[in-house]
Ligand binder design. Structure first.
Ligand code: ZN
Length: 313
């Protein structure tokens, strides 16, 4: 039996990279390389409206510049037949329905799901769509998700147990714009490409239960999940993912790749601050025990680059 596993880094292609993208890619890549696993880059490009020309190539180029290589590169938009097959199966099982509800109507029901979205109250559940009819349906399609309370822990010991049907309501399978919805596409593509480890930021942790519920319904294996710390920035009173302060163009103007890799490794505890290194230099020292648990608050200083703590001023 081959013991070689497979990880994946799966950014959406709705923008260029930011520091958090590069850190997430680095941690995912180091996790795989330090285990001797394969690691794939999956570009999640299903959102046609928000995927602009140049984002896909820009992301690939930024990751290559940073020093990361991949055993395979998958474009999610090339897997739409696989997604349609799954909706065929689910609709043949009588689990797919068309939803007329506006976003505002779902919001007014007022219950928050663990991932911050609103719980869908099941309003349109009676509008089942048959196996042959779903492709002609212009409305969003939802899954009548059966109740299935499950025990779930990620690799770092976070308890993610619960009943996805109760906590999230019925998830969207196909969006109004015709794109396969994120959770369905993600679990189908992980299974089809042999991904057995999912390493990603803690911001995605709340939706893991829903993805595992989809895997169980579809008869797909469940990968091992690990969720890691985030880079945050201060925005007014709030801390948010480090996104706004600095983009990849500013990063690449300030840092060469070894300096940026060393800076990010330094912020999360993998190298002394000020180290210059390539991702490959960190493989032999990589260990999740060395990566901090706490999110890292960073700001951007035009002369010093990324700095710990609140932005100056
Ligand atoms: Zn509805």
């Amino acid at each position: 039996m081959s013991a070689r596993g497979c990880g994946r880094f799966a950014p959406s292609t709705t923008g260029r990279a930011h520091p958090g993208t590069l850190l997430a890619a680095l941690l995912c890549w180091l996790d795989a390389r330090s285990r001797g696993d394969a690691v794939r880059l999956r570009l999640e490009d299903l959102d046609r409206e928000r995927t602009k020309a140049g984002y896909v190539e820009g992301l690939r180029a930024d990751l290559a510049w940073f020093g990361l290589d991949w055993d395979a590169v998958d474009l999610q938009s090339e897997a739409v037949d696989r997604h349609a097959d799954a909706i065929d199966r689910l609709s043949a099982d009588g689990l797919v329905y068309a939803c007329d509800c506006s976003r505002a109507a779902v919001r007014s029901a007022g219950t928050r799901a663990p991932d911050g979205s609103y719980v869908y109250p099941g309003t349109c559940r009676a509008q089942r769509v048959s196996r042959n009819a779903w492709r002609d349906e212009a409305r969003p399609l939802r899954l009548a998700l059966p109740s299935d309370p499950l025990e779930l822990q990620d690799e770092s010991g976070e308890d993610l147990s619960g009943d996805a049907a109760a906590l999230f309501g019925d998830p969207v399978l196909r969006r109004r714009d015709g794109a396969t919805a994120y959770h369905l596409a993600s679990v189908l593509d992980d299974a089809a490409t042999g991904v057995d480890r999912v390493v990603r930021g803690r911001d995605l942790m709340p939706s893991t239960l829903l993805q595992v519920a989809l895997q169980r319904l579809l008869g797909l294996p469940t990968p091992t999940y690990r969720h890691h710390l985030l880079l945050l920035e201060r925005r007014g009173e709030k801390l948010s993912k480090l996104h706004g302060a600095v983009d990849v163009v500013a990063l690449r103007a300030h840092y060469d790749a070894p300096a940026l890799c060393g800076a990010l490794a330094g912020f999360v505890g993998l190298a002394p601050l000020g180290t210059r290194c390539a991702p490959g230099d960190l493989v032999s020292v990589f260990d999740w025990e060395r990566v901090g648990d706490d999110d890292v608050l960073l700001g951007w200083d035009p002369t010093r680059g990324l700095v710990r703590g609140p932005e100056p001023g």
